[in-house]
Design a protein around this ligand. Structure first.
Ligand code: ARG
Length: 588
């Protein structure tokens, strides 16, 4: 693999650091040079303002001292402005050289700073025998983008679907199925799409719950069935395994349609951790971390209290002897650290589970499982709202299946494509409509700050204009179409001596920042940082294309450099969209 390409911003920061070392006292000379992109020049350093107090001189004086010593072959011009900002412009040839180097490099010259890390990402995690609904949309989309981002940066990624596949409700459902042998829910007995088993199970589950609430005899038989399930009764386990298999089959069809990385190998449902629950509980009790309280075994914390000030415990074992969600997550975190040897644990769930995870992490820390060299992070997100700003529900108040949401976006995509891209052949049309509909749903989710609620509004999301997935897919396809018109046999050689037009400079400098956008998104666990970068790239490319003829440029050297800019722009958009899990069709 060819080496990663050092971004110009890093080179400029290095030059400022060297000037600081020559101009400033040793105690402050190794401070961050604070180099950023700027509207006034290519780059700007604010370091003089931040260090002036410590040095005991006016910011402008400090700035001048650094500026005087600022020299590097990539720097064309520098100057002081305002109270002491240092403006820095780089040479045209340095920008062209970056372009050439990134085109020649693997992975567009982006490095692998997370190599050596092993990141376990818990995401999607639907419940067996229940349809995935709008509540599972964000965890699936955000979790998958994070898996792609940290993986691209070199981390080893272990994806975990923490299915809700255990608990008293399964006793109830299995008992109901036993008493209704006519019920059809196996994929072989059903016609319809891959969703059919889970749809059928969802209905049966509802019927079982109704019967449980209204028929005490059935409720008793269902409870006995729970005991049989937990006791490992073979016939009961067989039905349970069947339920899990059929559900997973439907989920996988949805994952494939969504284009997420999840596969059956990533399944690690709650039941996986059953064998460890007794052991984990004993370990916590023996260490005095979990204590008896009203018959239950609990962990208490100073920092978690209810509204009346009484402590809120984490209940490891309920007073009836049963284990719940907390016990499972304790066994899970121990497993992921000890057996999977994770260096980082990410849990992508909605914000309401924040306290649960803080308690699980605190307990794991006390138990010595979670040490300082392992990071455990809950990655919360806001809710999906309807266009009316209320939580997304059907008119009757029930939750909306995920499939229906996706269908509505694809339907909208078909409408606008019929209008904007009537020339596509039928097969391409279907493929592009699916990519545009699904891509828009994903992009709408990923382009805002995670924690904010977001509005599911297909008319706004599936749109050629604005900060949308379709806009970026179209920007990418347009670049590909420009490149399809490059005469065959043209191999653009980047001529680094050519003068650089302002629009070329803006595009070249932005392309050089791709790696930073990915790292920013991965470090903050905020995919919108990459989304925002890609949107800016789409706009900057458009400005370039309006100002600079590519194939019609007279000078063949200019043409070559511009074709190279188009290629790198197209590739950067394609890789960027892929890291968000969005398909980038070659033509639209
Ligand atoms: N199945 C749970 C739900 O639907 C989410 C599980 C999240 N992961 C975890 N380790 N608790 O709410």
């Amino acid at each position: 693999m060819r080496d990663s390409v050092r971004p110009l911003m890093v080179a400029v920061a290095g030059a400022v650091s060297r000037a600081m070392a020559a101009a400033l006292p040793a105690e402050v000379a190794d401070a961050d040079p604070l180099v950023r992109r700027s509207d006034h020049a290519d780059f700007q350093s604010n370091v003089a303002l931040s260090l002036a107090k410590k040095v005991g001189r006016a910011p402008r004086e400090v700035g001048a001292a650094i500026d005087e010593r600022l020299r590097d072959e990539i720097i064309a011009d520098t100057g002081l402005s305002g109270p002491g900002f240092i403006n820095i412009s780089v040479t045209g040839s340095s920008v062209w050289s970056q372009l050439a180097a990134r085109r020649a490099a693997d992975r567009l010259g982006v490095g692998t700073p997370l190599a050596g890390e092993r990141v376990v990402i818990d995401y999607s995690s639907p419940n067996i025998a229940k349809q995935m609904h709008v509540g599972h949309l964000r965890t699936t989309i955000i979790g998958d983008a994070l898996a792609r981002l940290v993986g691209f940066l070199g981390a080893e990624v272990i994806r975990q679907i923490h299915y809700g596949d255990w608990g008293t409700q399964f006793g109830m459902l299995i008992q109901y199925l036993d008493e209704h042998s006519e019920a059809k829910w196996h994929r072989d007995d059903l016609t319809g799409n891959a969703d059919a088993p889970i749809e059928a199970l969802d209905e049966l589950y509802r019927a079982a719950r109704e019967k449980f609430d209204s028929d005490p005899g059935f409720a008793n038989r269902a409870r006995a069935r729970v005991v049989a399930l937990q006791g490992g009764d073979e016939a009961t386990l067989r039905v349970w395994t069947d339920l899990v298999t059929e559900s997973q089959h439907s989920f996988q069809a949805l994952y494939d349609r969504l284009g997420v990385l999840l596969t059956p190998q990533d399944a690690a449902g709650e039941s996986t951790y059953n064998p460890y629950l007794d052991e984990v509980t004993a370990e916590l009790a023996d260490a005095g971390i979990a204590v008896e309280s009203d018959g239950a075994l609990c962990v208490f914390f100073d920092e978690f209290t209810g509204p009346d000030g009484t402590p809120t415990p984490l209940i490891v074992r309920k007073s009836d002897g049963g284990y719940g969600y907390a016990a499972t997550d304790l066994a899970t975190i121990r497993y992921r650290i000890r057996k999977l040897a994770a260096t980082r644990l990410l849990y992508v769930t909605d914000a309401r589970q924040a306290q649960h995870f803080q308690m699980v992490f605190a307990t794991a820390r006390r138990a010595g499982w979670l040490t300082d060299d392992v990071q455990a992070i809950h990655v919360p997100y806001g809710t999906v709202q309807g266009a009316d700003g209320k939580p997304f529900k059907t008119r009757s108040g029930s939750t909306i299946p995920l499939t229906e949401l996706l269908d509505s976006a694809v339907t909208r995509a078909r409408e606008i494509l019929a209008e904007k891209a009537p020339d596509l052949d039928a097969q391409t049309f279907d493929r592009v409509a699916e990519a545009a509909g699904i891509g828009s749903v994903k992009y709408a989710d990923l382009s805002g700050s995670r924690i904010k609620d977001y509005v599911f509004d297909v008319d706004r999301m599936v749109n050629f204009t604005g900060n949308t997935g379709v806009y970026l897919q179209y920007a990418h396809a347009r670049i590909r179409s420009i490149l399809r018109n490059v005469p065959p046999g043209t191999d653009p050689v980047v001529d680094t001596d050519l003068t650089l037009e302002p629009a070329e400079r803006a595009l070249g400098l932005l392309l050089d920042e791709f790696g930073k956008a990915i790292t920013d998104a991965a470090d903050s666990l905020e995919p919108h940082r990459l989304a925002g970068y890609l949107f800016a790239l789409g706009q900057t490319f458009t400005a370039f294309y309006e100002a600079c003829p590519v194939l019609k440029a007279d000078d063949p050297r200019v043409r070559g450099n511009r074709i190279a800019l188009c290629q790198l722009s197209g590739d950067t958009l394609a890789v960027g969209l892929e890291l968000l899990g969005i398909v980038a069709p070659e033509r639209i």
